[in-house]
Design a protein around this ligand. Structure first.
Ligand code: DGJ
Length: 730
């Protein structure tokens, strides 16, 4: 008996998919089109059973009057049926639906796929070659197959339920069932019509050093496109976005969310329609995409991920977070606490040798750091960022005994060892390039453009991928390496072949799977000049991402806030760095620098040998506190409030404890004093200060009930951290 998917009726079935926080209802329409009757709050549920077919049919009332200019689908039977007035879960082309389609095929300007069959399967059905998501115990997959016999193709639409986190995933497979080759020019992972005209769209936009800044605007009749053509999921526009009902806040109102388990050029379109619907189409970027499909072949689009909540943006984030922690990150790292690292990049840049690193490790050990991560500059003739990428052998002038000897010396101080690599890149000035110039991405007759003095290896070539798998495998096995930072510092250019970006990303997934699959205990931290590949695809290979090259804490507040809409704290790598800050030259006290990074995966990125005694004491205290509470900081429920951007507040809520953080940055003249509100989502806590003597004191009941602690300070850049035991409900 199905637990999260119900199928009602035979000839024209209804499909009801239900999780803890949402229902999706689909129906086969009068002419076989797959209709999207509902995506919103769960229907029925605990104790109430499943709604009947009549109740489901009542969910959608089509616009009764015809629009002028309406194309009627059929003149022989139901002459009033028009695709333009029908909410759809898969779109047609050239049959009267004016909205954005999900499929384009070069050989056909009319596409009309209708219902053929369906099946419900246990668990998730993985898409070959694409990021492998896990499933929940009661996950099920509905596969609906549509066919267009004239064009000679079938479309399989997969929906998988994740009943506990509340999430649903959705993907598309297109099969050539005809006798002639087809050229796919656009295959969306997701097409749906949301029967909710008054929504906003909140995208995460930015650039290097300034990723994931939220932009919220109303959805209207103009199309909003959230996309990138760079070959990465990009720091410009994260693939994930939210659709909050107009007026919805962090804690109140309906909110929908969409993300993609994909790391390359993506594209989503959100557009209102005069019929009272909003069409959402999401998937690979059709720009520069073409895929030839011989008879019998199929193409798999990546998974789209859907979440809905009736309790504001926090509710959607909660579903995404639980899903990522339980089903996305590699099995070995699910709910496993991440170590506190020292990364030497901002402490030394390229200027180090083994003795310097060991001295840093010794000091780091005294501070309570657990893993030492050696960043760029340890290999080949790499003395600056202009050479040697590809030459992945240790520079023995800098590290005489090699990586093994260095790791051993670092281990003597009790620290594990991690290593930086940028394997997809190749410097024109490298032994690898001199030996294999044809391995770089180039176009005949054109001089390839460089980014950060780099070219990229052509990961669509099996021989290049094999080289990387062998080189990296033996590198990571050559020393006790427990942590790898995988960097990628430029966009794809000079690929004069439609579909190249997607092929490249499939090649990348192949390499990552073959390198890290057999080494599950290595903690892979992804990085792409910071957050240029902060996406669910990369998170299936490594459980955390270096969120930004900007370590200015005031800037980081906005970046981390934006990312937290879609990604849990356990995935967001955040380091306290030096002051003045290296990117902005602004000065911040160490307490603030730490307190901004503490609610995430905390680390440090400075030279600990150069710290004052006072700072050393403070950092030691903070790290000890972090290690004690990191289970709740990394995996506790995450909550945000609706405070102004320069006065953000957030909390982590565990079974026993809750910790709240309130910040003030660059307060405006006469800006009202913020109250510290503990955003616990209706739960009460007892509160105490972590760094003062009043460890066990709880606040008076009334204040705790209201969740209000006291007025916050109004200094430029200050932080209050409040830690409390949760009280039982009365
Ligand atoms: C860019 C990364 O984002 C930095 O953290 C650092 O690893 C440098 N690359 C090293 O070249």
């Amino acid at each position: 008996m199905s637990t999260s998917i119900q199928v009602l009726g035979e000839e024209r079935p209804f499909f009801h998919l239900r999780t803890a926080t949402t229902s999706v209802v689909l129906r086969v329409g009068p002419f076989g089109h797959l209709e999207q009757l509902w995506w919103g709050a769960p229907l029925g549920g605990e104790g109430e059973g499943w709604p009947s077919a009549d109740e489901l049919a009542a969910l959608w009332h089509p616009v009764s009057e015809d629009f002028a200019q309406t194309t009627h689908y059929s003149t022989t039977s139901d002459s009033s049926f028009a695709l333009a007035k029908t909410p759809l879960a898969w779109a047609t082309l050239g049959k009267g639906d004016p909205r954005v389609p999900g499929l384009r095929v070069r050989e056909h300007q009319v596409l009309d796929a209708t219902y053929v069959r369906h099946e419900v399967r246990p668990g998730l059905v993985p898409a070959p070659g694409l990021p492998r998501l896990g499933s929940e115990e009661r996950s099920e997959t509905l596969v609906v197959t549509l066919a267009d016999r004239v064009a000679g193709l079938e479309v399989d639409l997969f929906w998988t339920t994740f009943p506990l986190s509340g999430v649903l995933t959705r993907r598309t497979v297109v099969r050539n069932t005809g006798a002639a080759a087809l050229t796919l020019e656009h295959v969306a992972s997701l097409v749906l019509d949301l029967a909710e005209p008054d929504v906003d769209v909140l995208t995460l936009d930015g650039h290097w050093l300034s990723e994931a800044h939220g932009t919220r605007r109303p959805v209207g009749l103009q199309q909003v496109v959230n996309s990138t053509t760079l070959g990465t999921s990009s720091d410009r526009h994260n693939p994930g976005f939210l659709l909050p009902a107009r007026g919805a806040s962090e804690t109140h109102g309906e909110c929908w969310g969409v993300n993609l388990a994909y790391s390359g050029s993506h594209w989503s379109s959100i557009q209102g329609d005069s019929g009272g619907m909003v069409r959402v189409v999401a998937g690979l970027n059709p720009d520069g995409f073409a895929w030839s499909l011989a008879p019998g072949e199929q193409f798999c689009a990546p998974e789209a991920v859907l979440a809905h909540s009736s309790s504001g943006l926090n509710g959607v984030s909660a579903s995404f977070h639980r899903f990522v922690d339980d089903c996305v990150v590699p099995a070995h790292w699910r709910r496993r606490e991440r170590p506190v690292v020292l990364n030497n990049w901002e402490g030394t840049y390229f200027d180090f040798d083994a003795d310097v690193l060991v001295q840093m490790a010794e000091r780091a050990a005294e501070l309570g750091v657990e893993t030492f991560v050696l960043d760029d500059g340890w290999f080949g003739e790499r003395h600056d960022d202009q050479r040697a990428l590809g030459d992945w052998h240790v520079n023995t002038d800098k590290l005489p005994g090699g990586l093994g000897a260095l790791a051993e010396r670092i281990a003597e101080h009790g620290l594990a060892f991690g290593l930086w690599v940028e394997p997809e890149a190749i410097s024109p000035n490298s032994d690898l390039f001199r030996a294999h110039p044809d391995w770089a991405i180039t176009t005949p007759g054109r001089t390839p453009s460089q980014g950060r003095h780099e070219l990229l290896l052509d990961l669509t070539r099996p021989d290049v991928r094999d080289h990387l798998v062998e080189t990296l495998g033996s590198l990571f096995d050559s020393a006790p390496i427990s942590f790898v930072k995988w960097d990628f510092n430029r966009a794809i250019s000079d690929a004069d072949e439609a579909g190249f970006h997607h092929r490249y990303v499939l090649g990348l997934y192949d390499v990552l799977g073959r390198v890290f699959g057999p080494r599950p205990e290595i903690l892979l931290e992804n990085c792409s000049s910071g957050g240029s590949r902060f996406d669910l695809g990369m998170l299936t290979f490594g459980p955390q991402v270096w969120a930004s090259d900007c370590t200015d804490p005031a800037e980081r507040l906005a970046i981390q806030h934006g990312l937290s809409l879609l990604y849990p704290p356990s995935t967001i790598s955040a380091h306290a760095s030096d002051s003045p800050n290296h990117q902005t030259d602004r000065v911040f006290d160490l307490a603030f620098r730490c307190d901004v990074a503490l609610p995430y995966v905390f680390g440090i990125e400075l030279d600990p040998r150069a710290m004052s005694e006072q700072d050393t004491r403070l950092l030691t205290e903070r790290i000890a506190w972090y290690r004690e509470h990191r289970a709740v900081l990394q995996f506790g429920a995450s909550r945000r409030t609706d405070h102004p951007a320069n006065l953000p507040q957030l909390a982590r809520v565990g079974d026993e404890h809750a910790i709240a953080f309130a910040y003030a940055t660059y307060v405006r003249p006469r800006q009202p004093s913020p109250r510290l509100v503990i955003p616990l989502g209706g739960q009460r806590v007892g509160l105490s200060w972590p760094f003062a003597a009043r460890e066990d004191e709880t606040l008076p009941g009334a204040a705790a009930r209201a969740g209000i602690l006291r007025s916050g300070r109004q200094h430029d850049t200050s932080a209050e951290v409040v830690h409390g035991r949760r009280l039982r409900e009365q």
